[in-house]
Each structure stands twice: as structure tokens, then as C-alpha cells.
Design a protein around this ligand. Structure first.
Ligand code: ZN
Ligand code: ZN
Length: 328
């Protein structure tokens, strides 16, 4: 009789456990069903001027972006860096949702925590990886923050500059090879990739090199999307956002391209292309957005909070902006 009771208790316990785990799984599924996106990759092409990208309607330097990628996603033509228009500040605005003056030689971390840290804290139980991969070593500062409560916590992995050491500059081809290896092997959930060629050739006063840099990074953007859509883990579950950290001076069509850093239209005007399962297809947004809005939109897609970001969610880019309100 005692044995029989024990047996009953065991069976009941087992049934209860089964239903509890079933419920937990169901809740998790409901939560993740808000959006189809499970991974986000932000590709930052460093410093092309809008007049040589989507501002030139022949799209001669960005054939893939204009004719292959934007038609599969949504394009924001009125997209702006409204803060300091140099590399480390532009990238900081993208990853933290705040404009700030920050050293452009590196070594200074952003004042506010990044989207990587908020993601890693929210999903600590997943032990998923997040990455900053950059041709420019000085961008390893995106991996941490000065803010005391977040400093040295929930950090992404950084692979910036030659061999990922955080110093110097690496060619985009090598950065792309490193990025491909990381994406294939680790499948990070949230990744930022920086490519430098456009900016470097501009500063070298090399007009043809600058234009070729825009073409080369255009090809790499296409390769990246092709990789995502042929990878069994990333395919149809990954959002790709392609944007810039800043433009270049508009003054003097053939001389302005050399430098950047002021508040002229050429320096501030950039673009954004978003592709992925939750975005409109072949659409051009009529809205005006800015760099701060990137992290807030990613936080919405991946369902984490980013209270220190000053941006807003770019709702109109989503295919079904009411999805959130409809879901329980
Ligand atoms: Zn830059
Ligand atoms: Zn300027």
C-alpha cells in the first residue's frame, strides 16, 4: 500500500512537472512570437557622403544596396547623425542611443551603457554572445561604459583592428574574413561590424579610391546579407541594419569629401537600410530618423529594455507595426 502511494505521488509529480515545463515553453514561445527576428547585425560603413550613395540616383557606386538590398527591405533616406560627426561619436550614438563628445583616438568609453550590455543582462540565462567587430581598432571602446553601475559588466566580445587587439587599422577584406568566421562559429545574437575603407581613402585625398571604397563596401554588404540568408541558423531570423557613422563635408563637391566633423548637411546626412523578417519589403520611409533610434528599435525587436537610450522605435519600418499590440 505504501509502495502504491509512493507510486501515485511519483506519477502525479511527473504529470505536474510535464505541464509546468509545457507552460514555461508556451510562455517563452508567446514572448518570442512578438517578432520573428532573433539576431541583429548592424553594419556601419564608415563615412560615405549621401551625395555618393542614395543621393546619386544613378546608384553607380552602390549597385547592390540600391538594387539588391533596399528592394528586399526598407530604406530611410532622411537619416541623420545629429551629434558630433566623427567616427567614435557616431558609433557611440548608434550603440548607446546618446550623442556625446568622446575621444576619437580611442581609450574613452561611452558615458552610457550599450545595447550589447542591456541585451546580455536581459538574456544572461541564454549565455549568447554579442560582438563588436571593427576594421578600426579604436572602436573597441564600444565594448564598455564609464557608467559605474554598468562598467565591466555584461560586456560584448570585441574584435577590433588587426588580430582584434584594439589598436591600429585592418583592411576591410580581413575584417570581413574574421567577421565571417565569428558569425559562422558563434552565431552572435547582436553584432556590430565597422568597415573603414571609404573613410580612409577620403582622408587620403584619393577621390577615385574613395569611390572605389563605396563600391567595395557595397559588395561586402551584399555578401553579408547573402551569408545571413544561406546560413541555416541565421536565415529568416536575422535583421541586418546598414548605416553610416557620419557623412563628409558638402562644401565643394570634389574637395568636401576629404574631411568631416562639422554640422553641415554633408556631415550629418547618412542613410539606413533595414532588412529582415519584420521589416517592410521594397519600401521607402517618409519619416525622418536619426542614429539614436537604432538601439531603441533593436531593443524592441529583441524584446529588451533600453531606458538610457534617447531614441525612439522606428515603428513605420516594421511590416506589421500593430503586432505588439495584438499579441498577448
Ligand atoms: Zn568614421
Ligand atoms: Zn561638414
Amino acid at each position: 500500500m505504501i509502495l502504491f502511494r509512493r507510486y501515485i505521488v511519483l506519477v502525479l509529480g511527473g504529470v505536474l512537472l510535464f505541464f509546468t515545463s509545457f507552460e514555461a515553453k508556451k510562455i517563452r514561445n508567446d514572448k518570442s512570437s512578438t517578432y520573428l527576428t532573433e539576431n541583429v547585425i548592424v553594419l556601419v560603413i564608415d563615412g560615405p557622403r549621401f551625395t555618393e550613395t542614395f543621393g546619386d540616383t544613378s546608384y553607380q557606386y552602390i549597385p547592390h544596396l540600391a538594387k539588391d538590398l533596399a528592394p528586399q527591405g526598407v530604406l530611410v533616406k532622411s537619416f541623420w547623425n545629429n551629434g558630433p560627426t566623427y567616427t567614435n561619436a557616431g558609433h557611440t550614438a548608434i550603440t548607446t542611443g546618446n550623442y556625446q563628445r568622446i575621444s576619437n583616438v580611442g581609450f574613452e568609453h561611452p558615458k552610457k551603457p550599450s545595447m550589447f550590455q542591456y541585451y546580455n543582462k536581459t538574456y544572461a540565462d541564454l549565455k549568447a554572445s554579442t560582438y563588436v567587430i571593427a576594421s578600426k581598432g579604436k572602436l573597441n571602446i564600444l565594448g564598455n561604459t564609464k557608467q559605474k553601475a554598468w562598467k565591466n559588466q555584461f560586456l560584448p566580445t570585441t574584435y577590433c583592428g588587426p588580430n582584434g587587439h584594439g589598436l591600429g587599422y585592418e583592411s576591410d577584406v580581413k575584417t570581413w574574413l574574421a567577421a565571417k568566421t565569428i558569425l559562422k562559429e558563434k552565431h552572435p545574437k547582436l553584432t556590430l561590424i565597422n568597415l573603414l575603407e571609404v573613410d580612409v581613402r577620403g582622408h587620403e585625398v584619393n577621390w577615385l579610391g574613395y569611390l572605389q571604397g563605396i563600391k567595395n563596401t557595397d559588395s561586402l554588404a551584399f555578401e553579408l546579407w547573402d551569408f545571413i540568408q544561406t546560413d541555416s541558423i541565421y536565415r529568416d531570423k536575422t535583421t541586418l541594419i546598414i548605416t553610416n557613422d557620419h557623412g563628409r563635408h558638402s562644401k565643394g563637391k570634389r574637395s568636401g569629401y576629404v574631411n568631416h566633423g562639422c554640422r553641415c548637411e554633408g556631415c550629418k546626412h547618412i542613410y539606413l537600410v533595414a532588412l529582415g523578417p519584420d521589416f517592410k519589403k521594397g519600401s521607402i520611409s517618409k519619416m525622418k530618423y536619426e542614429q539614436l533610434d537604432i538601439s531603441k528599435t533593436i531593443a524592441e525587436l529583441l524584446q529588451f529594455q533600453m531606458p538610457t537610450s534617447k531614441g525612439k522605435v522606428m515603428w513605420d519600418l516594421f511590416e506589421n507595426p500593430n503586432l505588439k499590440q495584438q499579441s498577448p
